[in-house]
Design a protein around this ligand. Structure first.
Ligand SMILES: NC(=O)c1ccc[n+]([C@@H]2O[C@H](COP(=O)([O-])OP(=O)(O)OC[C@H]3O[C@@H](n4cnc5c(N)ncnc54)[C@H](O)[C@@H]3O)[C@@H](O)[C@H]2O)c1
Length: 436
């Protein structure tokens, strides 16, 4: 079966390569000519562990190809996946212009029955609208069906998540289209992946509700961590004991500077917006968003309090991406934190194993410099701040660090080091929610 994947971002490229690995014939389309040129040369436009190998393997065996020509690839394919971006429009709603552009192009290209599968995260009602818009513009007698297939992969472990998902959600009005898409995912049936087959609106809402719930866990534990600091409790023990309760689960109970990335921030805001619009408020989600915003500011205040003042002080910042194992800095807490540090007069020396090129596009400043490694960032710093829990940052030579840092002050905002051990070594160590 031939498949077209429209959009070769994190979701489109991983899904395209993953489906090719399932044995399907996949053409990945993107309007970004430069991206397609690079992909044709075997260059992956972002960092994702294992992706280069997966793409190269499937290009070599002839199952995966790249093009900017949507018309030709759509005509060759029975199934067309949409994986374009749906970023926040700045007013709290997803900007659907990329999806709308694809709908217009599809209406022109389609000349036969097609199954259109939406992987992009889109607000409730979008898939029904998509079907109507495309159908209305097709020649008489040609039919399309639409399936909502929200994607749940996590950057940093995207391939594993695509190949072994916790579940696959498929929403549609058409039994024929559902049968076609179920067939595409047949390899997942063999490993007993649960499938949730439902309607369009339900599938769309599942994605938003899932992300909002995960964000809720993060904001919840962050507030508990803040309380731990007041009462002298250790949030790690609280989170561990909570997580051992099967009804709660241990995941997403890690305190820190708050959630970021290209999904949670925009998806929580979009869900809250939908609730307000339909007079069905999601007050928990509204609060989760506000707690997350406050947590970033709180982290800067932590650094400022530890240093006395930020004006003219040198701060080493380790980790800029919103999570480890990605080069993605979209909505990373580091963006707000570094910006506020600079605004309050600090000099920032930053290092990240993969995200510096992306970060430079978003934050600039006379007092912001980028370093080759963690030790260079620590050299002469009066405080060293850990913002992302990269493995590389978990095992630094703490004795070497102590010799080059101007003052042994560590703000470990991901709690990656052992507080007792750090204090033994002579550091002033400040974590999150560890009873200080
Ligand atoms: N990134 C994630 O971890 C993740 C996880 C689950 C779901 N999602 C959702 O998946 C969708 C895609 O996210 P992403 O992070 O991969 O986005 P992205 O911005 O990285 O990639 C989108 C791609 O689509 C291309 N594109 C835009 N308009 C196009 C058009 N008209 N024709 C062809 N190509 C076009 C862009 O050039 C870009 O390469 C979003 O809705 C997002 O919310 C993302």
């Amino acid at each position: 079966m031939h498949i077209t994947m429209i959009g070769t971002g994190y979701v489109g490229l991983v899904s395209g390569a993953g489906l090719a690995d399932f044995g399907l014939q996949v053409i990945c389309v993107d309007q970004d000519k430069d991206k397609i040129k690079r992909l044709k040369k075997g260059e992956i436009p972002f960092y994702e562990p294992g992706l280069e190998e997966l793409v190269s393997k499937n290009v070599k065996n002839g199952r995966l190809s790249f093009t900017t020509d949507m018309n030709t690839s759509v005509r060759q394919s029975l199934v067309i996946f949409i994986a374009v971006g749906t970023p926040d429009d700045g007013q709290g709603q997803p900007d659907l212009s990329q999806v709308e552009a694809v709908a217009r192009e599809l209406a022109e290209a389609i000349d036969d029955y097609k199954v259109i599968v939406t992987k992009s995260t889109v607000p409730v009602g979008t898939n029904r609208w998509l079907k109507e818009v495309i159908q209305a513009n097709l020649k008489k007698g040609i039919k399309v069906d639409v399936v909502s297939n929200p994607e749940f992969l996590r950057e940093g472990s995207a391939i594993e998540d695509f190949m072994r998902p916790n579940r696959v959600v498929l929403g549609s009005d058409s039994a024929e289209a559902l049968a076609v898409v179920k067939d595409i995912y047949r390899p997942l049936y063999l490993i007993e992946t649960p499938f949730v087959i439902t309607g369009l609106e339900t599938a769309e809402l599942i994605k938003y509700a899932s992300n909002a719930f995960l964000a809720t866990k993060i904001s919840f534990i962050n507030e508990v961590a803040n309380l731990c600091e007041k009462v002298g409790a250790d949030v790690h023990h609280v989170a561990r004991a909570m997580g051992l309760d099967g009804r709660i689960g241990p995941k997403f109970l890690h305190p820190g500077p708050g959630y970021g990335g290209s999904c949670f921030p925009k998806d929580t805001v979009a869900l809250a917006h939908l609730g307000r619009k339909l007079d069905s408020p999601l007050s928990i989600v509204e609060t989760v968003i506000e707690v997350n915003r406050r947590q970033r500011a709180r982290m800067v205040n932590k650094i400022e309090t530890a240093l006395g003042s930020l004006k003219g002080r040198t701060v080493g910042v380790l980790g800029l991406t919103f999570k480890p194992n990605t080069s993605d800095v979209r909505e990373s807490p580091a963006i707000d934190i570094v910006r506020i540090l600079l605004e309050r007069g600090a000099k920032v020396k930053a290092y990240d194993p993969a995200g510096m090129d992306e970060f430079k596009k978003v934050v600039t400043g006379r007092n912001l410099s980028f370093c080759q490694d963690a030790y260079q960032a620590a050299k002469g710093a009066e405080a060293l701040v850990f913002l992302t829990e990269w493995n590389e940052l978990r095992n630094l030579d703490l004795k070497k660090l102590q010799k080059i840092i101007a003052q042994p002050l560590i703000l470990d905002l991901r709690n990656i080091y052992e507080s007792g051990k750090m204090r033994e070594l002579g550091y002033t160590y400040i974590g999150v929610g560890r009873g200080l």
